[in-house]
Design a protein around this ligand. Structure first.
Ligand code: BEZ
Length: 270
């Protein structure tokens, strides 16, 4: 498999190391991010005339689906390239570049929606404070994010292989926050949101790209762990991660990531 793969760094931009996302690659290779969220949209059940805020909208597919339901939706993302691609994809939909840790909306939205994004936004408290303030009384939060145990084997392997190559344990560089149910619902409660439903469940997620799927995923999302690794050393480390995870996560030409989702519905009291 090593020979078949494209080693990371040879073709793709190392997005996070450069502090930005490769929106074009995300748009074409990571469609599973929004394709898996169809049922989350039915939990949101956006209504005609409702105002909805979509946090971490990426390239805009779910924001556009919410708009199609007749809601007035704003999609926000902190990455300019993502928002620019979202605007290109869906010219009639409202998108803005915004840091969800510094929301300034007050009592404006019937619903706040977020898919596969909140785990990137650290620290989580200002995000929750902003969501709570942005909702109208009686409004709802419908969100799904990586939860406790998410990509446990991938993170462990990255840490092991980077350390084994002599660059130290990059664990403290993790850009992610994968909470358990009690910590997140307590945080919500502390900031005025009552949890109506919280569930943590495994969602093994097939990655696009065949034998290259894991390397593509690492290149798109895991750049922070490689900050101390010189570019020439990265392909060998990625190969080691791929070799190490192959017996557990690669089956019949398909990588399947060990995703765990935390799904939340919470409401702001009327
Ligand atoms: C996730 O959706 O769980 C995820 C995606 C990219 C990096 C880390 C986690």
């Amino acid at each position: 498999m090593t020979e078949e793969r494209t080693a990371t760094g040879s073709g793709l931009t190392d997005n996070l190391q450069q502090g930005r996302w490769d929106a074009a690659t995300y748009n074409t290779h990571f469609s599973f991010v929004w394709e898996f969220a169809t049922d989350l949209l039915s939990v949101l059940a956006p209504q005609y005339g409702e105002r909805v805020l979509d946090i971490g909208c990426g390239t805009g597919q779910l924001t556009a689906a919410i708009a199609e339901a007749g809601s007035t939706v704003t999609g926000i993302d902190n990455d300019e390239a993502m928002v620019s691609r979202a605007r290109q994809n869906f010219p009639g939909v409202d998108f803005a570049v915004m840091d969800a840790r510094a929301l300034t909306y007050a009592n404006e939205f019937d619903a706040v929606f977020s898919n596969a994004s909140l785990h990137w936004m650290r620290p989580p408290t200002p995000v929750v404070v902003g969501i709570s303030r942005a909702l109208k009384p009686g409004g709802r939060l419908v969100a799904e994010m990586g939860g406790q145990g998410n990509i446990r084997s991938i993170v462990a392997s990255i840490r092991r292989c980077v350390a084994a190559a002599g660059y130290g344990d990059p664990g403290s560089r993790s850009p992610w926050y994968f909470p358990d149910i009690p910590s997140y619902t307590t945080l919500l409660k502390r900031h005025g949101l009552n949890t109506a439903m919280a569930t943590l469940f495994a969602r093994p997620t097939p990655l696009n790209g065949g034998p290259d799927g894991l390397a593509l995923w690492l290149d798109m999302f895991a750049g922070a762990f490689f900050e101390r690794v010189p570019p020439h050393a990265k392909p060998t480390i990625v190969n080691a991660i791929v070799e190490e995870l192959q017996p557990t996560l690669y089956h019949d030409g398909q990588w399947v990531a060990d995703y765990v989702r935390l799904r939340i519905i919470a409401t702001k009291p009327p």
